[in-house]
Design a protein around this ligand. Sequence first.
Ligand SMILES: NC(=O)c1ccc[n+]([C@@H]2O[C@H](COP(=O)([O-])OP(=O)(O)OC[C@H]3O[C@@H](n4cnc5c(N)ncnc54)[C@H](OP(=O)(O)O)[C@@H]3O)[C@@H](O)[C@H]2O)c1
Length: 340
Amino acid sequence: MKALLLSQKTYDFEVKDIEKPKVSKSEVLIKLNAAAINHHELWTLKEKNLKSDAPILLGSDGAGIIEDVGTEVERLKPGDEVVINPSLNWGEKDRIQSRQYEILGFPTRGTFAEYILIGAQYVYPKPEHLSFEEAAALPLAGLTAYRALFTRGEFEPDSKILITGIGGGAALFAMNFAIASDAEVYVTSSDETKMSKAIELGAKGAVNYKNNDWSTELKKMAGGFDIIIDSAAGPGFSSLVDLAHPGGRIALFGRTAGNISSLNPRAIFWKQLSIHGTTMGNDQEFKAMMEFISNKNIRPVIDSVFPPKDINLAFEKMDQGKQFGKIVMDLNNFSSSFQK
Ligand SMILES: NC(=O)c1ccc[n+]([C@@H]2O[C@H](COP(=O)([O-])OP(=O)(O)OC[C@H]3O[C@@H](n4cnc5c(N)ncnc54)[C@H](OP(=O)(O)O)[C@@H]3O)[C@@H](O)[C@H]2O)c1
């Protein structure tokens, strides 16, 4: 089968032929129709930090059709349209992942290929209202946003919510989930067009975080926030502490803008704030996220769809922060896409 393997010399992707995997007892073989890319893989390309004697096949997000199932698999059958939970081996505790935890893509081979072999427990029916491309956009970013907003953000009805860097894949899921739960949502972005698009999708207000006085502007516009969802960190994080209402929660899951430079401790303890780190989500949260998406008829925001041969261009676009929503790869006709 064809796969987009990570070159451990150049840290970009190369198409290669590798052996098509075969199912054992509890596994499922899926012919992938679509995969999505994440900042998670972009960090690997930029930091060049993965090394392995075996070929590295990244990719956490995928949707497709089951081709074969192991002898012990009863819940699923060939022909089923499915989506994959990339949060592997979470373990027993809801609060924290186990030591064996990993995100699909490394070391377990991921979705940037024609087929994937995966444990049946990670395979869920594709929501009927979604295309394969929309379904592939869901897993990693949707799960992260779901746990950040509902579990770690301790969502309550009527919450006022701030989501930073709304062009991001996970940020847009958080916004969609919060709006579908009748919260009042404000966003930040570096791009006026993205701000307008967020407002069209239901955000109450938006400010440009490139402006020096963005936090003052936001305070005037909204007052303050009960929940703040941030994946940027960086120097702007200290303003989030100022913008939080007493008793507020800041759920943080990323580091796109680098380290946090300074924080006002008095504001944190006097306002009884909770700064909650959060990563991915557990099996129950994935299941709940899938039900939520189906019940509320939520559609992921797709920025663009690339053929596999243009995967390096797709990551360039993400690196430049040009996207609004998820960047997806169409994996149909994988081989012929390279002959064009
Ligand atoms: N811990 C986890 O489980 C987990 C899961 C998913 C993602 N993450 C992390 O979360 C981050 C976002 O991931 P993603 O896949 O959603 O990435 P993405 O689609 O590449 O989004 C990145 C977005 O970050 C925003 N941004 C950049 N600099 C910013 C700043 N100074 N202040 C506010 N926003 C800023 C930009 O928004 P605008 O374009 O609107 O300016 C950009 O679109 C990454 O650091 C990623 O590694 C962590």
